[in-house]
Design a binder for this molecule. Structure first.
Ligand code: HXC
Ligand code: NAP
Length: 284
């Protein structure tokens, strides 16, 4: 069942970095169904072209442009191209990311730079370029940054990503205050595990690792891309107009499972609880 009016995003022009695959594509498809026109930008021309063709409900509704967000000149050219196609941009979704699991001591400095440059610098360049234009034109807008739950907690084995996403979260909260006076709103989503080709091939490449991941989620399942796309649609819509600087977690309770000191007690059986109750009640 569709939770929104099909006109929720009518007339909006939305730029999604990394919008040809995974969560970016799921968001794009949702936004189109809700009346938006979208631009998708990432490095691989063929992937972009195929996605744009498959996503378009009508001609010129999906624009695509090759861009490596690590390169500020390419970011500028990409935004020029989107503006000349659609005239302007209303909403920016910073979704492009790079990540892989590795013990930190095995990383080269280039591996560190690669992830920091895509996630932190890329997001910053895109927000800066779009923000400068909105401010110069007096245009209101919304920026949605896709972070992770470990942006707040940190996480071993994905340390460049954790550091970069923490930076993106700081960017979200900082600009929420600084650019509010221009009518520019900032929000973020912190997803837990959502199986996408890009994430799973780099972060959960074996069935054992996937099972472990699901086992950590109190709801005992991974996320569905549609669930994330619905949240994103709400956050960028006018219904969320008073939300600014907020990060919304969508992870089935995963990070809280790890955080709560006694959450491991969910392993205890009924019989064991009977024995434990006898011991703990005796203390009265
Ligand atoms: C150690 C690695 C590595 C790995 C690459 N490197 N993969 N080091 N373990 N698995 C090192 C390389 O050896 C090289 O260093 C440096 O990183 C750059 O690698 P390249 O392959 O040359 O970089 P590039 O072609 O730019 O590709 C970037 C990438 C790649 C990040 C490495 O994975 C990519 O394109 N990713 C984009 C999509 C993606 O990551 N999606 C997942 C997002 S999921 P040297 O020193 O050898 O030159 C996410 C949150 C998930 O972010 C949360 C899950 C719950
Ligand atoms: P994905 O499909 O691999 O998405 C990453 C996208 O970023 C790809 O389309 C990729 O396209 C693009 N990209 C990578 N490097 C780029 C660069 N230098 N310049 C421009 N575009 C670049 O993975 P996903 O799971 O959908 O991830 C989407 C977002 O969700 C990311 O921000 C990720 O951190 C976040 N997230 C995902 C999960 C999850 O479980 N899936 C959990 C938490 C957070 P090209 O390779 O063609 O450039």
């Amino acid at each position: 069942m569709e939770p929104f009016s099909p006109e929720l995003l009518k007339g909006k022009v939305i730029l999604i970095t990394g919008g040809a695959t995974g969560l970016g594509r799921a968001m794009g498809e949702k936004f189109i169904a809700l009346g938006a026109r979208i631009a998708i930008a990432s490095r691989r021309e063929e992937v972009l072209k195929q996605a744009a063709e498959a996503m378009s409900l009508e001609s010129s509704q999906v624009f695509h442009k090759c861009c490596d967000v690590r390169n500020p000149d390419q970011v500028k050219d990409m935004i020029d191209a989107v503006e000349s196609h659609f005239g302007h941009i209303d909403i920016l979704i910073n979704n492009a990311a790079g990540n892989f699991i590795s013990p930190t001591e095995r990383l080269s400095t280039n591996a560190v730079d690669t992830v920091l440059n895509i996630v932190l610098h890329g997001t910053f360049y895109t927000s800066l370029e779009v923000g400068k234009r909105w401010i110069a034109e007096g245009r209101c807008g919304t920026m949605l940054n896709i972070v992770t739950t470990y942006a707040s907690t940190g996480s071993g084995y994905v340390v460049p990503s954790a550091a970069a996403k923490a930076g993106v979260l700081a960017l979200t909260r900082s600009l929420a205050v600084e650019w509010a006076k221009y009518g520019i709103r900032q929000v973020a989503i912190a997803p837990g595990p959502f199986p996408t080709e890009g994430a799973w091939s780099r972060l959960s490449p074996t069935p054992e690792l996937e099972e472990k991941m699901i086992g950590r989620v109190p709801l005992k399942r991974v996320g569905n891309k549609e669930e994330l796309a619905n949240l994103a649609a709400f956050l960028i819509s006018d219904y969320a107009a008073y939300m600014n600087g907020e990060v919304v977690t969508i992870d089935g309770g995963e990070w809280l499972q790890g955080a709560g000191q006694f959450n491991g007690l969910s392993e205890v059986t009924d019989e064991q609880w009977d024995a434990l109750a006898a011991l703990t009640r005796r203390r009265k």
